[in-house]
Ligand binder design. Sequence first.
Ligand SMILES: [Zn+2]
Ligand SMILES: [Zn+2]
Length: 383
Amino acid sequence: MPILAALPIYSALSVALTVGIVVSAVKSQRTFFDIVIQLTASKLNLVIFLNCLVVVLTNAASLMIYVFFGSVRSVESKFLIDKCQKKVFQFLLLTVVLRNSIDIYKVMSLIVILSIWMLHWLASKRTKGLVGEENRDKSVHARLLLLFAGLTALDALVSYIFAVQFYKHGTKMSDIYIMVGFEFGRLLLKAVEDNFKYQVSLFELSYREQWLEKKFVFNCVSLVFDSGDFLINMKLFLFIVSRGALPIYILSEIVDNLTRLAQSGHALYKWRQFIYKLKKLKDVRSSAEDGEGSQLQCCICLGDIVTGKQLSCSHVFHLVCLRSWLIEKVECPTCRKPIQLDKQPQPAAERRRRAAGLERRIQQERRLHIRNAGGLAGADPGN
Ligand SMILES: [Zn+2]
Ligand SMILES: [Zn+2]
């Protein structure tokens, strides 16, 4: 692992170099102001500082990942690379807008904001993964909840400071700092939304029960937060336009926002329809009361059914089991027939007749099988 070994060495050298130039400036100058002037006057010094910042961020990120995530899964690193490429591309477009005013400090602030975005993306992806695999490891969840609390506090603090500054002297601020401030507003929205969804899912997970309206509520929440994100982007876009520049990079974000809003809205509508149809399916009560005698079993959770829902193919399941199954596949878990939620189940008599037919066929096949086996044995008595 030469790269893994190289990082600590490179980090140590970078930090030593930075400390070296700071110490030499402190020795040669008297006042703090002079020290700062000497350190920032040379471009080489600035590059050394930038390098040191990247090294510190890389190490801090590795430490954060080790503490909060353990390690990065391959699906997560793919997701992160995708997201980062997009963000870096936006930042490159941003330099077109700011062609006269991009400097090393702005590059530094973009690097910092990119690393904070990465933490948010990673936390979001990991929590979804953990909920998906129904992980009930308390220490894993506690660490992620702590991370979410920290991220939310950081985002809220920076957003608050920025908002105060922006309303005091927004017109005097540099475009890039305004953009960074707005990015923190968006980060705050993302942290709050992901945190909320995560906690609700944890609640559901710890009670081992499925909340029928969860997806619907999550869609509503997404709709609200996507709208917030859209408004922040629009506000930033209009502000920069009012300064006589055209921020192309925000346009791509706005298009993304609109796409997501349309998707959330559509999903919301579809889900509402789905739940409505599911609830309208025929109710079936088990036990001898309905005259059918046998105890019904739900083949999804293998539990007994007191009240269940009957599909068009006449198989019966718990409503909650059916809901979680149908999110994955739109077919009957027992007979694999495609599910038509609008179709009414066949009458019980028809169902019994079909069951009897099936039973007969199984009997026939079994007899055939036995006869064939017997035939073979008879044909070759030598063995
Ligand atoms: Zn069930
Ligand atoms: Zn079926």
